[in-house]
Design a protein around this ligand. Structure first.
Ligand code: GAF
Length: 393
């Protein structure tokens, strides 16, 4: 996965004649707190050891070239051009971030950029957030513009809203920017206050199973979920005016407003309110070293995402159904926006090989698809690649 980093550096020098600055930005996992971020709630993600690598240098003119090494595709434009979303999906993440720099009052010169990624696309590991955050960091370094990492995360989120059309929350970009080696980060998505918890899963290992599907409903259904939550808030507000978002609502508030909302809106809100409560429960269990409880709560989340939020799909449910029947598997759920991508699972260390073997066979037998396995480690957030090497990544 991804190209050899030295090879990309050499190709950069061959193409553009000067040494690039290299930035590394990781993907993320999320332990708990799915679809809570845009409801102003809590999430518990972590940056991982799969990352995007961005190579960049000034072009000396206004001419600007972006090259995706993995896709063997490129896009050339003039940095003073008016920017609009384009057909090449991957280009929009870059244009969106440039747009954000402009809106913040920073004028940029032309540059050449190449990138390669270890993060599988469409697997729910936030390859797009990593691109946005890595590119934001690359621009700030190249043009000596001081931008806080949390501001980079917000710019990435806005880029995604405006240029990719996905009204995402802040979780993915925040994790890619603020991740910390060996830690999960509990983030309050309203205030952006955050707290690191040691990612100590005791006798258990986190294993991801990739369903290897990405249903094209994902983006449109994501935006629909967001507006259903907003519709729920409007109904609750009529009864409880202090509620600004689902994060403020209790299940009692929801019950009182139930008759004033569509049944589907009720179920969406019920899931989101319950999930927000589960984040705190998982943090408490992690602190108590009670990993079995973490696993049990992850299974509750999967049921909520499947039945009430309806963002799972047949393939993800098959992966979870197979795994939960196996000894040593203590919990798991679909991860990320849904409609494909990975499940995240907690498996007893001695049982990991057996569980993987059985899930691979079972998934092929039932869904007819090969799964991919990611045994990810938790690493640091975005940074210059040389710094990352010094930190042992
Ligand atoms: C996607 C989004 F980008 C995140 O903001 C978050 O809402 C997630 O889906 C669901 O928890 O990854």
């Amino acid at each position: 996965m991804g190209r050899n980093r030295e090879d990309v550096s050499h190709t950069f020098v061959e193409n553009f004649g000067n040494e690039p600055l290299v930035v590394r930005a990781p993907g993320r996992i999320n332990i708990i707190g799915e679809h809570t971020d845009y409801n102003d709630g809590f999430v518990l993600p972590a940056a991982i050891d799969l990352a995007v690598y961005i190579y960049i240098q000034k072009s000396g003119t206004t001419k600007t070239k972006l090259i995706s090494v993995d896709l063997d595709d490129s896009y050339t434009f003039d940095i003073s051009d008016t920017l609009e979303p384009v057909e090449q999906g991957w280009v929009n993440y870059f244009l969106g971030v440039i747009d954000q720099f402009r809106l913040s009052g920073h004028s940029l010169e032309g540059f050449n950029l190449m990138f390669t990624s270890d993060i599988p696309m469409g697997s729910g590991l936030s390859s797009s957030a990593a691109l946005e955050c890595g590119f934001g960091m690359a621009l700030s370094q190249l043009f000596d513009i001081e931008v806080e990492k949390t501001a980079l995360a917000k710019m990435g989120q806005q880029a995604e809203h405006k240029f990719a059309g996905v009204k995402c929350g802040i979780m993915d970009q925040f994790a890619s920017c603020m991740g910390k080696d060996g830690h999960v980060v509990k983030l309050d998505c309203r205030s952006l206050a955050y707290e690191y918890y040691p990612a100590d899963f005791k006798d258990y290992e986190l294993v991801l199973f990739d369903s290897n599907v990405k249903h094209n409903l994902a983006d449109s259904q994501y935006n629909i979920r967001r507006s259903q939550c907003e519709a729920g808030v409007a109904a609750i507000q009529a009864i409880q005016p202090s509620v600004q978002s689902l994060r403020d609502a209790s299940l009692e508030d929801l019950e009182k407003a139930k008759s004033d909302m569509e049944e589907v809106v009720y179920r969406r809100c019920k899931y989101a309110i319950e999930e927000n409560i589960r984040v705190q429960a998982v943090c408490d269990a992690l602190q108590a070293g009670d990993i079995k409880t973490v696993g049990k709560i992850m299974l509750e989340t999967h049921a909520g995402l499947r039945d009430d939020y309806e963002v799972s799909c047949k393939e993800l449910d098959i992966l979870i159904d197979i795994a939960t029947k196996l000894d040593g598997h203590i919990g798991g759920r679909m991860m990320g926006g849904g409609f494909g991508g990975c499940t995240i699972n907690l498996i007893q260390k001695e049982a990991v090989d057996h569980v993987i073997d059985q899930v691979v066979k079972g998934y092929k037998g039932t869904a007819g698809i090969d799964t991919k396995i990611y045994r990810v480690a938790i690493g640091d957030g975005v940074g210059l690649y040389k710094e990352a090497i010094n930190n042992g990544i």
